[in-house]
Design a protein around this ligand. Structure first.
Ligand SMILES: *[C@@H]1O[C@H](CO)[C@@H](O)[C@H](O)[C@H]1NC(C)=O
Ligand SMILES: *[C@@H]1O[C@H](CO)[C@@H](O)[C@H](O)[C@H]1NC(C)=O
Length: 196
């Protein structure tokens, strides 16, 4: 006990520990920077690069520099946002003062979002499946599912074409989901093109 106590506080050990902490902090910082730059560069090929970067940079530690993890995380972010949007639509549809036509349009919209959730979930499961081969066939299924999810979201606000105010509220909510989906599709396409 006495021995280890004195070793801990030898000045040269303290200097060594400080050096170790400083250099590993620098290393972690450099790695983090590389990971963040990877996301910035990859997001640059999407249609909404700022949204892409903002939605993914917080996951830099998990993505590192993997195109596959980047595409998977983009899918996961899109799925989670679609779920949140869908539940906020459910809440809105229960608000008093919405006429039956609007309630019906809202229900259609919720159903479309739920279809999107199914497609995004299926894509994410397929991409995350252990031993998944990333064959052209699997990737092409995923590309099809995600692009039809995108169509669903675009169709959503059309249900409110006779009600500009409601249409703009619904559009505001679904546009983010549609843009995230579009970005995820671009990142999936980019990953798929790497894997032939
Ligand atoms: C993004 O792309 C544009 C041109 O397409 C290029 O000028 C810019 O440097 C790129 N930015 C990054 C961070 O790669
Ligand atoms: C999406 O939600 C799930 C379940 O709550 C969570 O485990 C996952 O980390 C979330 N994905 C992202 C990218 O935040």
């Amino acid at each position: 006990m006495e021995g280890s106590y004195s070793i801990k506080f030898k000045p040269c050990n303290v200097v060594l520990i400080i050096l170790l902490i400083t250099s590993s902090t620098n290393l972690i910082y450099a790695l983090e920077k590389t990971h963040v730059e990877f996301i910035r560069t990859s997001c640059n090929l999407t249609t909404y690069p700022t949204l892409c970067f903002n939605s993914l940079s917080t996951q830099a530690h998990a993505i590192q520099t993997s195109q596959k993890l980047l595409a998977q995380t983009a899918l996961s972010v899109t799925l989670n946002t679609t779920l949140t949007t869908s539940s906020s639509m459910v809440k809105m549809s229960k608000v008093h003062g919405m006429n039956p036509r609007e309630v019906a349009a809202m229900e259609d919209c919720i159903e479309l979002l739920s279809d999107s959730v199914d497609k995004l979930q299926k894509s994410l499961e397929e991409m995350s499946r252990p031993g998944s081969k990333d064959t052209g066939l699997v990737m092409s299924d995923i590309q099809t599912w995600v692009s039809s999810a995108l169509t669903d979201e675009d169709t959503c606000s059309e249900g409110f074409k006779d009600d500009p105010k409601m249409k703009s509220v619904v559009r505001g909510k679904t546009v983010i989901v549609a843009r995230l989906t579009s970005n995820a599709l671009a990142l999936i396409n980019s990953y798929a093109s790497l894997n032939g």
